[in-house]
Write a protein that binds this ligand. Structure first.
Ligand SMILES: Cc1cc2nc3c(=O)[nH]c(=O)nc-3n(C[C@H](O)[C@H](O)[C@H](O)COP(=O)(O)OP(=O)(O)OC[C@H]3O[C@@H](n4cnc5c(N)ncnc54)[C@H](O)[C@@H]3O)c2cc1C
Length: 392
């Protein structure tokens, strides 16, 4: 195998992990997800099975009880989950939110939280950044954390805080110094770990948001909620860069999920196009059906190369923000195009719940909006890679 081909090849261990994940997912077929989706219920059994198998601790170093695997393996796990028709969005954040503690926490914080997260005894999969008034403009967020003695007092509101009801800990970004008192506009925000088991009912209120997909997403309200000073991560006022630091991992992992989604749609469409007979033959012999499937396949394979490149650079410790952003951008679009193609291939049956297409179609649409919307990725590439004038 050439050096270039070897770069993209996975070793046998990863192939085995992929097989094991796919086998686990067989216990959670379409009926399971449909039933959950219908009543917007959290897929606890699925999340527990992934936790018990250790997959959600893939990125936690072995010294803290995790598997210490690279992002390409964690990504392969999530890709298989999506490719099997399941929804990793229920728990993918348990894999990567801990990265902020791992990279910026002190020894006490790491030894207190990481082993429990690795075991699944503690869930850290709530990430409270977005606010209703500031949206994508994170530096304009209004939630404040004021230092008073041995604790911070938090007031404000977050929106779209997913999985908050199914998490023990929450990573919170809040303003600790007013905007008009900071020198650098990226200063003044701090990151905290909130123990929601203590905070619920003591200044923290969670309200579910019924959304287009079953994503356990919520609004959270802080009313004089106290956080002990020892739960501040890193330095006060430097939190924005800690959050930025975790974004490449999140983008790469979600890009892997999108590749898994694309593969699910392409596989489903291919089978149906071969089986469904209209006008005396399989619909797949018509180029109007066959070519969109082939195009979706080509697009997803190209996107996959970008995802693998971003993952390889991340694992090598190289700067990879453009690649991580491009991977997420292109993979989310490949998944969406495959979803649209799959629905069209199925004609009317694509709308029937029992085919799972309409559910996956809704679910994969999210990734062009969250965790970062397409326009903001394009603005990043325009400004930081191409040197175009800042657009906002
Ligand atoms: C189901 C779901 C789950 C989520 N989970 C979480 C979570 O767990 N934690 C969390 O913190 N957040 C979460 N989010 C929030 C998500 O990250 C934001 O919705 C997303 O970043 C966009 O922010 P916004 O919705 O406020 O859009 P806005 O910032 O209001 O933007 C609206 C539109 O305008 C565009 N736009 C804005 N500014 C510009 C500009 N300068 N140039 C060009 N276009 C622009 C945007 O791209 C977007 O298309 C979630 C969202 C959803 C829907």
């Amino acid at each position: 195998m050439s050096e270039r081909a070897a770069f993209y090849a996975e070793d046998e261990d990863v192939a085995q992990i992929r097989e094991a994940v796919a086998a686990l997912c067989q216990d959670f077929p379409g009926e399971y997800w449909r039933a959950k989706d219908r009543i917007r219920e959290y897929p606890s059994e699925f999340v527990q099975a992934l936790t018990d198998a250790g997959y959600l601790a893939a990125l936690i170093p072995e010294e803290y009880g995790g598997s210490g695997l690279g992002i390409s393996v964690a990504g392969a796990i999530l890709e298989e989950v999506q490719k099997a028709g399941c929804n990793g969005g229920a728990c993918h954040a348990q894999m990567y939110t801990m990265g902020t503690i791992l990279r910026h926490g002190n020894d006490k914080q790491k030894s207190e939280w990481l082993p429990a997260i690795a075991k699944g005894d503690l869930r850290l999969q709530a990430f409270a950044v977005t606010e209703p008034t500031s949206g994508t403009d994170t530096l304009a967020l209004r939630t404040t954390a004021e230092l008073k003695g041995d604790h911070y007092v938090v007031n404000g509101q977050k929106v779209w805080t997913s999985r908050a009801e199914h998490s023990d800990l929450m990573l919170l970004l809040a303003r600790t110094t007013p905007r008009d008192q900071i020198e650098r506009k990226t200063d003044g925000l701090s990151v905290f770990v909130v123990d929601m088991r203590e905070a619920l009912g003591n200044g923290l209120t969670i309200k579910p948001i019924r959304a287009m997909i079953n994503h356990a997403t919520t609004e959270v309200f802080f009313d004089d909620m106290k956080i002990p000073v020892e739960n501040l991560i890193g330095e006060q006022d430097k939190g924005f860069r800690y959050i930025l630091d975790g974004m490449n991992a999140e983008r790469i992992l979600i890009a892997y999920e999108c590749i898994g989604d694309a593969r699910w749609f392409i596989d489903k469409a291919t089978k149906y196009a071969c089986e469904r007979e209209v006008f005396g033959g399989p619909i797949g012999k018509n180029q109007g059906i066959q070519f969109p499937i082939a195009r979706a396949y080509a697009e997803s394979e190209a996107a996959n190369l970008m995802v693998q490149k971003a993952a390889a650079m991340f694992e090598a410790g190289e700067k990879c923000a453009p690649e991580a952003n491009m991977a997420k951008l292109i993979a989310s679009e490949a998944a969406w195009h495959a979803a649209d193609m799959c629905l069209q291939t199925h004609g009317g049956f694509g709308f029937a719940e029992e085919y799972d297409i309409e559910r996956k179609f809704r679910e994969t649409r999210l990734y062009q909006v969250a965790p970062i919307s397409t326009n903001l990725i394009l603005a990043y590439l325009g400004e930081h890679v191409l040197g175009l004038p800042r657009s906002y």
